[in-house]
Design a protein around this ligand. Sequence first.
Ligand SMILES: Nc1ncnc2c1ncn2[C@@H]1O[C@H](COP(=O)(O)OP(=O)(O)OP(=O)(O)O)[C@@H](O)[C@H]1O
Ligand SMILES: [Mg+2]
Length: 272
Amino acid sequence: MQIRLAVISNAGGSGKTTLSVHLAYELGQRGFNVALMDLDPQGSLTLFCGLNPPEPEETLAAVLTDKFDGNWPLTPCWSEYTSQVVICQGGMVLTQTADELVLHKRGAYLLGDCLTDYPLEHDLIIFDCPATLGPLPLMALAACTHLVVPVQLEPKSIQGSAHLLEWYYYHCRHLRLKPSPEVLGFVPSQYDSRKAAHRQIKESLPAQLEQMNIRVFPAIRNSAEFVNASGQGLPLHLYRKSHPALSDFKEIASHLANLIGKPNQKKAKKAS
Ligand SMILES: Nc1ncnc2c1ncn2[C@@H]1O[C@H](COP(=O)(O)OP(=O)(O)OP(=O)(O)O)[C@@H](O)[C@H]1O
Ligand SMILES: [Mg+2]
């Protein structure tokens, strides 16, 4: 089955784009076809994928217009190394899109509508969201099957994610999402085992979330190599192929792989 995963957090710099990129590459390595979608006006995915900024008509903003005819602007990522990952780029033009969504009759449902009218064959579609709980993440919520929440192990971020969960429960009801997208889990990010606060919060988080039936995946450790890799437009897999932090993504990647089941061979054949 196709999984549409929204990577959402209302905290800036919590590791959304890093998680999106690494899950995309990791699932690609496992034979799945992955489409990244950048819902962030900052357009960080473009940088993390080593691509040039797109023309506005080559972005997700063009998909979300009434003129869209199903010709998804998808660009291959890390094409020297893989044919499994593509991206629908974002950028500043999405600020205008966000304003227009508020007035559009089907605002929150637009992305879901596009995926219904013009389906993509990819096994996994990842929506990299901006650090707000505004119209763009709301549209991702209405279009996704699952969401994942990267969170830094700091008190402020934990408090922020409580607000995020309130937002999630409220809007699943308010938008009448049936079935409601499932919270795949929280992913602690930038974990530094030398910091007592990080260790304490990492210990206590699973029990707090268990009450809501939400799991906590293994923490992604802090490493300067993530910053270096993104500066080169590469996932860590390609920048430092035996870096120990790569093992931190295995459990969540396996979980996604199990949910998807078999790769969609139809698309895989088309790509090769
Ligand atoms: N595990 C990590 N260790 C060290 N640095 C990291 C790690 N994960 C992400 N970073 C760095 O932290 C910064 C923020 O990460 P990222 O851009 O993924 O967060 P974000 O939530 O997408 O941010 P924004 O809210 O701006 O979209 C980046 O410079 C990234 O390279
Ligand atoms: Mg980001």
